[in-house]
Each structure stands twice: as C-alpha cells, then as structure tokens.
Design a protein around this ligand. Structure first.
Ligand code: ARG
Ligand code: ZN
Length: 869
C-alpha cells in the first residue's frame, strides 16, 4: 500500500458542477475474501452494463488506491491490455454488458490509515466512507453507483471465529485446515462506501426487535469478550432508536439482522454500513465505573445517528460527495430530536448550540469556511465538518420551524417516498420539502450555497404605544465568496411586559430581506425583547441589550433556552469588553455584580432542575469569546474568564459549597435527578477551584475518594489537574492504576492533563507524548492528548509559540501514518488571522513549516494551503 508515498503533483480540484453520471451501471458485485491479517486476497466479480444516462465509453475506469491487479478477466477470458492511471485501473470494454473479474492482494496489518480493510487488535474490519473501498478492490468508488453485494469470506476459525458482512447471513461452513467460511447477501442496492466486513474473535450481546410491520430483527452488539458487560446501554439505545424512528418519522428497519461492531482503532465516531454498523469503542462501551454521564449521552446519540442513516443515507443516499449534508445534516437533526425526546428539549438544545458556536462558528469565520454543500474539494475527508454536519442540521431544522412539525413530517415522507433506492441531491430534499410541507424555499436555497454565519443586528424602538423592531442582516465574506445575498432567517420572538413579567404569545417572523421593520402595538411601556428563542436560526445576534433586560430575561424568560441565552449574553458582553477594549473599575464592578446576582438566582431557584441549573452555570467558552472579537488575545481572554470565576467563587462560595454538599448526598442512579446532581456537583467544584485553591483541592480529593462512578471521579480529577497540590499527583497515579487495562479510560487520563488549567499543562503534554501508553497508531489516543491540548487555550496559545510547535510536530509525525487524522489538527493553527499579531506570526510560521515538508498527504496539504490562504 502506498501509504507514505510522496504526492508527485498538486492533487486535482474536484468541482460540483463537473458532475457526470458514470457511463456504466454495476447492478451486482460478488466479493470473495481469503482472509489473513497481513495477506488478504480479494476476488471481485462485477456485472456491468451501459448506463443509458451516461456518456458512451469504450473503457471502464475502476478506482483503486495502492492496489495492483493480480488477474483480470472479462467474460471469463483473461485480459492483459489493461492500463493503470494514477491508482485507477482502466479496462477496454466494447459491448453493452460484461462480467469483469479482478483479483487483488492487500496487507491489512500494514494499513495504518484505517481506511479500507485494516487490522485492529487482531481482528479485521473495514472503513469505506468516503473513498476507502478503492483500497480493497477496483471499483467505481462513487456514491451514485449502486449494486447488490454477495460476499463470501474464508479464514482461520481460531483467528476469525466471527465473520460478518452487510445484509443477511445466507450460508456458512467448515473447510480444510481449521478454516471456515461464511456467505452474506445484502438485497438492498448500495454504493461501495456502505460495504463492510468484520472478521475476528468477538462475542455479542444479543436481543430482538419487532418492527411496526411485524418483522423480527435479530440485534447484536459485537465486542471483545472482556467488554461484554459494558454493552447494555448501547443495546438499549439501539432499541429506543428503532422505535423512535418508527414513531417520529415512520421509518421501519428492512433486514432480518442488525449488527454493531465496536473497534478500538477508528478514525471517526462510527459508520452506518448497511446492516453492519462499525463503531469506535468510545461510542459503544459504558458502565457507571468507566463512563461518564456525557459518555452515556454520546453513545445514545451516535447509536441513534448511525441507525437513522439506514433511511437518511442508505435507502436514500447521496449522488456525489458534495451532497454529503443531505445525509449528514438531516441525520444529525434526527439524532438531536431523538436525544431531546429522552434528555429534555432545552438542555439538549443548549448543548447542541454550544457545540455549534464553539466549533462551527469559528470554522465559518475562518479560512476553511465552506457552504454546507461545498462547491469544490481536493480531499473529501476534509469536508466531514461541523459545517456539513451541524450547520447542515440547523438548516433543516429551520425548515421544520417554518413548516411546523406536522408539515415537516409530510415533507420528509415525500422525500423518502420519492427517492427511495436513489442517490439524491440536496436540491431533491429541498424540492420534496416544498412539495410535501408546502414551503416556498426559493431564496432559502442560499443557505446551501453561501458560507458564513449571518449577523443580524437588532434595534428596538419605543414610542407611544408602539414598539418598533428593526432587523438588518449581513452575511460576511468567506473564501471565494466576497459578496453575499440576504437569506430567509426564521426568528422566534416574544416581547415581555416588564411589570407583569409575561408576554402575549411567541411569534415567528421570517426576515427575508436585508432589512425589515416590524411594529408591535399595545405597549404602554418599553417591552423586553426575547429573540431567536430556541436558537431558531444559526446566526449571531448583535444588539445592545441593557444589563437590566438581560438580568430580567435570565430570571424570568419562560423559554428555558432563551433564559440560558440571556445569562450567556450577560457574561459574554462583560468578558468581551474586559478582554477587548478593557473596562474601567466601575463598569467592571457593575458587570461582575450583575453576573453574580444572576448566578446566585440560578444557584437558588428551586423551580430549576439540576440538569438545567448546570447549563445555566456553564460560562461561555474561550473559543466562542474569541469569536466575538475581530482580533483576539487568547491570554487576556483566559485571564479575564478565570478572574471572573475566581471572583464568583469568592462572592458565592457559601452557596456553591452548599450546592456541592446537597448534590453529593444524592446516590448514584441514571435518572435525571441523579444526573443533574452530578452535573452541578462538578460545576460547583470547578468554580470553587478558581477561588481558595487549597480548600478546593481538599474538596476535590474528597469527591474523588468518595466517587462510585466515573462522572464524579473524572470531575474531581479534572479540578485536581488544574491545581498544584499533592492530591493531584496521588489521584492521577491512583486513576492510572485503577484503569490501566481500559484504553477508553486511559484516554480520559491523557485528556484531563492536556486540558487542565495547570500552569505547566504544556510541560505535562510534552511528558505524556513520551509516555509508554502514548501511540500515534491509535486515533483515540492521539485525540485524547492533542485535541484536548489544542482546545486548551492557555496551554496551546502559550506566548512563546511552543504550543503551536507541538501541534505542528504532531501533524508532521502523524501525516504519513494517518493522514485523515493528521489533517484534523490543522484548523486550530488556521485561526491565526483572528489572533493578535505576535501569536499570529508564530502560528503562520508553523503552517509554513508544514507546507514545506516533502511528501505531505493530500489531506494535510489541502488544509494547510487553505489555512495559509
Ligand atoms: N458517515 C459517518 C457518520 O457520520 C462518518 C464516516 C466518515 N468517515 C470518514 N473516514 N470520513 O456517521
Ligand atoms: Zn452520519
């Protein structure tokens, strides 16, 4: 495999507008695997026929990446006049229908890119999305070529007792020399990116599900034997997801089996291969001892996500990779709605918006900004982004908000109905939504073509009995898109009467043009405006809300999301002013007092449940604060934010300790109440850790020692990691000893130190990369150390630039091993234009150092070049 081969020339730019149908159809493929960890022989037989919709061709181009053909035959006769072009195999093909047989040989154990067929912990597994299938067999590796797959595999029975592929198991048997075989057939035509194969020594937790139409489905979650006790939550999540998709979207499962396999080495979260989902172990394994409440939620969300792809992705797939958001945006929305039904709407929404703001907003305002349906790429792996996924979900959510849930459902029903079995486009989705939901989405389509987070400025005027709202939108320029057009922006809003604290009903207005003025009568006094409630549009609101209005809304808004927003706005306003132009002593005092008053109310409000209280206690993150400033000084932002925490800890110390001890008395359970208690417990602790450090270290050590679950233990260790105390070292050693056999927990151990508030965090990271348990071969471990570090502003943005150098060194070391994962570390350095000049120059210099390295992967090269601009 040409894993580390240097790229001879600039990889081509692939454009959406150049789409052409493939000249050939491949209705059927038969794959025969002779399995071995370092030698697997693949024989593929393709039935091909001319595509009436494609151009006429006298050859067929089959994509390959690092493959060479051992044998080629057409219609049973050996062929020798084939040609290689880059990695592709080009065969002469004169007639209208043929059978092509090709044999290749691959070495899974040498596959460190984890794309295609690879070995992980002695088992064989695959990852084909987006373009991994071409590392297994020569094939038109594009999502608009749909085939039915028949797979036969044979291998050592001791090494690979379990043999899985897509669809239904049709036959299995023994052969000579301790070998056995299995045959699978998937009746649903699918693109190659949904192919999967697993062979290994695995055991399953098994269960059943009866679909609404009465189909009996056998469910299995396959793991290594020692992990079996940690599969209950995944299985329960799967059954809930299957039921939910029937109830909420009318979608029924369509095979007799559904298999999930957990793999320790995996580039992403999980993969929706038809009938055989392959998961990162991180999104499968959980028990109270080793997984936090956050892990439980993430597992439920990802299990739902991959399952929901069976319809939004598999039954209706994408025509080309520019349409990725068609399946990903829609499926993220579906998993968000699923989790919200289980976790509570407001809490889930607040968390989703926090991710959008801290990850997608910076992407949308930086050098890598792209529309949810990109126009071009060099390496598609670089476009599995927060924009395609999370903003994509927001765009579809806006359609739902404008249509209402019932009409939206009519739209999705029509979409599934119309395009079942097809490879569709975003435009197909929008048209189905217009026809089925009765929306006019004419100019709304701009959300698909324009990048950048719209800014909406809001002014509220009051005269006589009338309140007048003026809204102006502005979509900032992004790379390749200097000028933008206005986009329809749905805004849910309410006007509160200050005296009674109530409003006359929420309204939905859609800002269609660049500017709009709306008059509201019947307000003798100036009302308080609550706008973009529930985050009805993925925009940033610019307004001069008074401190009083924000304190009012933070205490009284009946929309729980809006209440949290007011709280955030209050803190963001204060911290951005403090870390930007600076505050004079009296402004600073007033700002701090208002925040303390609002936070005190949050700590004491008995009507709040603790899960929501926790959300209200979370301070805006440093990335989001930096995003509010044209040019940010990360050092100042960090000092101001920590300073505010310290001040609040002093001001509200008694209340925080009371909350901590009340929450500590709640016994472990998985219900909302107990989870809420754990959430506020650690939040209270992290405020206190900013104040009296010694007392906090003692409290954290107590929380650690008393913990009977990972949520409390990790929370306590997180606080301790930021403090310079003997308890820190002791508990870090204890944690490591307790969990050394569990890779996912050791990942946490790496992360906690890399993201800590400790002044020497960067030194800790340097020591940890030399730790015996650190390896560049495992993406989870790499992310545990380095993503945590890149997200730790005070360490990453160390003034000397050493943090940037560490990340650039990682990119260079990792690129030849795992290009896809290496490229994911470029965006943090790509933020340089928005950082103060001293650090910006250091960041840029590291990007230039990477760009100058020979033999860079297509993945990393594209990200670095875009980042340098
Ligand atoms: N379709 C998968 C998901 O979102 C993501 C797989 C992408 N993998 C990759 N190597 N780019 O559920
Ligand atoms: Zn997905």
């Amino acid at each position: 495999m040409a894993d580390a081969a240097p790229e001879p020339k600039e990889p081509p730019l692939i454009r959406r507008e150049d789409y052409r149908p493939f000249p050939w159809l491949v209705p059927e493929i038969v794959l025969d695997f002779d399995l071995g960890l370092d030698r697997t022989i693949v024989r593929s037989t393709l039935t091909v026929a001319r595509n009436a919709r494609g151009d006429r061709a006298d050859t067929i181009r089959l994509n390959g990446d690092g493959l060479s053909p051992r044998r080629v035959a057409i219609d049973g006769a050996p062929v020798n006049d084939w040609a290689m072009d880059e990695g592709d195999l080009v065969l002469p093909l004169a007639g209208d229908a043929h059978e092509i047989m090709i044999e290749t040989e691959i070495d899974p154990s040498a596959n460190s890119q984890l794309m295609g067929l690879y070995a992980s912990n002695g088992m064989l597994c695959t990852q084909c999305e987006a373009e991994g299938f071409r590392r297994i067999a020569f094939f038109p590796d594009r999502p608009d070529v749909l085939s039915t797959y028949r797979v036969r595999m044979e291998g050592s029975r001791t090494q690979f007792p379990v043999l899985l592929s897509n669809g239904n198991a049709v036959a299995h048997g023994e052969s000579d020399d301790g070998r056995h075989w299995a045959e699978w057939h998937d009746p649903w035509p699918k693109p190659s990116y949904l192919f999967a194969l697993v062979a290994g020594d695995l055991v399953a937790r098994s269960d059943r599900f009866t679909t609404m139409g009465g189909r009996e489905v056998a469910l299995n979650v396959w793991v290594r034997e020692e992990d079996l006790p940690r599969t209950e939550h995944a299985m329960e999540s799967l059954k809930r997801a299957m039921k939910w998709d029937e109830d909420a979207f009318g979608r029924e499962y369509d095979l007799d089996q559904f298999n999930i396999v957990a793999v320790g080495d995996f580039n992403m979260g999980a993969m929706e291969n038809k009938g055989l989902n392959i998961f990162n172990t991180k999104y499968v394994l959980a028990d109270p001892e080793t997984a936090t409440d956050g892990d439980y939620d993430a597992i439920e969300g990802v299990i739902g996500h991959e399952y929901f792809h069976n319809w939004s992705g598999n039954r209706v797939t994408c025509r080309d990779w520019f349409q990725l958001s068609l399946k990903e945006g829609f499926t993220v929305l579906r998993d968000q709605l699923f989790s919200q039904d289980l976790q509570g709407e407001a809490v889930k929404r607040i968390e989703d918006v926090r991710v959008l703001r801290s990850v997608q907003f910076p992407e949308d305002s930086g050098p890598l900004a792209h529309p949810i349906r990109p126009d071009s790429f060099r390496e598609i792996s670089n476009f599995y982004t927060a924009t395609v996924y999370n903003k994509g979900a927001e765009v579809i959510r806006m359609m739902r908000t404008m249509a209402g849930p019932e009409a939206f459902r009519a739209g999705t029903d029509l979409y599934f109905d119309r395009h079942d079995g097809e490879a569709a486009t975003c435009e197909d989705f929008v048209s189905a939504m217009e026809d089925g939901a009765g929306l006019d989405l004419g100019t709304f389509r701009r959300w698909y073509s324009q990048a950048g987070t719209p800014k909406v400025s809001v002014e509220l005027d009051h005269r006589g009995n009338t309140a007048t709202l003026t809204l102006r939108q502005y979509v900032p320029p992004t790379p390749g898109q200097p000028a933008k057009q206005p986009m329809p922006i749905p805004l849910r809003l309410a006007l509160f009467d200050r005296a009674s604290g109530t409003h006359a009903g929420e309204q939905l207005i859609v800002l269609e043009d660049a500017e709009a003025t709306i008059a509201f009568d019947g307000f003798a006094e100036r009302p308080v405006l609550s706008i973009n409630r529930g985050f009805s549009a993925p925009i940033s609101i610019e307004r001069q809300a008074s401190r009083d209005d924000l304190v009012f809304l933070a205490a009284r808004d009946d929309d729980a999301f809006a209440r949290a927003e007011a709280m955030q706005e209050l803190v963001v306003g204060h911290l951005v002013a403090a870390a930007g132009e600076g505050l004079d002593a009296s402004d600073r005092q007033q700002g701090q007092d208002a925040i303390a008053e609002a936070l005190a109310a949050v700590l004491e409000d008995s009507r709040l449940d603790d899960l929501m209280r926790g959300e209200l206690m979370v301070l805006p993150g440093e990335a989001y604060l930096a995003e509010q400033m044209l040019v940010a000084d990360p050092g100042r932002i960090h000092r101001e934010r920590e300073g505010l925490k310290r001040w609040l800890a002093g001001e509200l110390g008694d209340r925080l300790r009371t909350l901590h001890s009340r929450a500590s008395a709640v016994p472990y359970a998985l219900d909302r109440k107990a989870r809420g208690a754990r959430k506020v417990k650690t939040l209270a602790l992290s405020y206190l850790a900013a104040g009296d450090r010694e007392a906090a270290a003692e409290l954290a050590a107590r929380q650690y020692d008393a913990a009977d679950n990972m949520t409390d233990r990790q929370g306590a260790l997180m606080a301790l990691c930021g403090l310079d105390s003997a308890a820190r070292t002791d508990r870090l050693i204890d944690f490591y000893r307790r969990h050394r056999s569990n890779a996912l927990v050791i990942d946490k151990w790496f992360s906690l130190q890399a993201m800590s508030l400790h002044p020497a965090a960067i030194e800790h990271v340097k020591a940890l990369r030399e730790h015996q348990d650190f390896t560049l071969r495992n993406p989870n471990r790499v992310r545990a150390l380095y993503m945590a570090f890149a997200g730790n502003p005070h360490a990453f943005h160390t003034e000397s630039g050493e943090g940037y150098r560490l990340v650039a060194d990682l990119i260079l070391d990792l690129d030849p091993i795992n290009a896809q994962t290496a490229a994911r570390f470029v965006p943090p350095l790509g933020r340089w234009r928005r950082i103060e000049p001293g650090r910006a120059a250091l960041m840029r210099a590291e990007l230039e150092r990477i760009a100058a390295a020979p033999g860079l992967s297509r993945d990393t090269r594209e990200q670095v070049e875009r980042s340098l601009g």
